[in-house]
Design a protein around this ligand. Structure first.
Ligand code: MEV
Length: 346
């Protein structure tokens, strides 16, 4: 039994989507594949395993067909590029291949609650659907509605840096401030959601100044995200280098606290120049494949360690109606393989 799904990049509306606001994102070309396998000594048995077991239970597919999962991922783990959403979609596909459409999305969405308690459904939507998708707010307890946008000739840089905590921690920190009645956070969430409509109009049109206007919206969103506490000095440094080399603006993408970022560029040539500058400015050093799957700071039992992590990296993407392609990259990690124990305590 096998399953597969793609990674994602939130363009606009992250965090606001958790509070029923719209969002827009992109399926990225990197994919994750998994299959059930017989368990072996040394399979990961700690946090990643506990989360996967909880995700599996939430899909509600009965006893698992085998005691371990082999996961091979081109999506770097835990950096905000959708590894956990892809895992949930791939798992739902593997155990219930007859499901399709919203039924599959709903199963993956239920599973994603094991990774962070209050997902909006946009990450699993992108992992499932790919392309550029605009999400509109759902009825309570449902996945949002998704509408594909045909985007032509869009160039952007995507990358990631080490991350503080994971999506669950960032979402919980913003929620605490919302619940405490922090007006500045509430109005930032409103504006982060409101940016999505003009952004979608720009994405759908191929105006000459599109990259400039998308860049300005991205810069504004990045300031707002920093204001609600999910900014990152490391990302700010990389984005400054990108702007001075021709990017029109950029932002954190996803949960924040570091992790994924994006920068818009006017065309392929400008993108290659900006990618060079981004590559030079990436902070040195390795990170664990932490975040969404294995929270940073967790202690691991001997024998249960995940594989060594991927360092910071960046790539230039081209978006066309036919798909999203990688034009060039700096230090993009090779696919990582993990074996995770699944049956214990199910
Ligand atoms: C994470 O990729 C996006 C967030 O808005 C969380 C969610 O929507 O579930 C931060």
């Amino acid at each position: 039994m096998t399953g597969e799904a793609g990674g994602k990049l939130l363009l606009f509306g992250e965090h606001a989507a958790v509070y029923g606001r719209p969002a827009v994102g992109l399926g990225v070309p990197w994919r994750l594949r998994l299959r059930f396998a017989a368990p072996r000594a040394g399979d990961e048995s700690h946090v990643a395993a506990a989360r996967l077991r909880a995700a599996y239970r939430r899909i509600g597919a009965g006893a698992p067909p085998a005691g371990a999962l082999e996961v091979r991922s081109e999506i770097p783990f835990g950096v905000g590029l959708g590894s956990s959403a892809a895992l949930c979609v791939a798992l739902a596909r593997a155990v219930a291949p007859e499901r399709g459409g919203r039924s599959l999305w709903s199963a993956a969405h239920r599973a994603e609650h094991a990774f962070h308690g209050s997902p909006s459904g946009i990450d699993t939507g992108l992992a499932l659907l790919g392309g550029v998708q605009r999400f509109t707010p759902p009825a309570p307890g449902r996945v949002p509605a998704a509408q594909a946008i045909a985007v032509r000739g869009l160039y952007l840089i995507v990358g990631f840096v080490p991350r503080r905590g994971d999506t669950a921690a960032q979402v919980a920190a913003v929620r605490r401030r919302m619940q405490a009645g922090d007006d500045a956070v509430r109005s930032a969430i409103d504006r982060l959601g409101a940016i999505v409509a003009p952004a979608c109009e720009l994405l759908a049109a191929s105006a000459a100044d599109r990259a400039v206007r998308l860049g300005a919206l991205a810069d504004e969103a990045d300031d707002l995200l920093a204001g609600i506490g999910v900014g990152s000095p490391a990302v700010a440094g990389v984005l400054a280098a990108a702007r001075s080399a021709g990017a029109t603006g950029g932002k954190i993408s996803g949960g924040g606290g570091g992790g994924a970022f994006l920068a818009f560029v006017p065309d392929r040539l400008a993108g290659l120049a900006a990618l060079d500058a981004v590559g030079e400015s990436l902070p040195a050093g390795d990170i664990l494949p932490a975040g969404d799957i294995l929270p940073a700071g967790d202690t691991l039992p001997a024998g249960g360690n995940p594989p060594a992590g991927a360092g910071p990296a960046a790539a230039l993407l081209a978006v066309e109606p036919a798909g999203v392609t990688v034009l060039a990259d700096r230090d993009w990690p090779a696919p990582a393989a993990r074996r995770i124990a699944l049956t214990r305590d199910l």
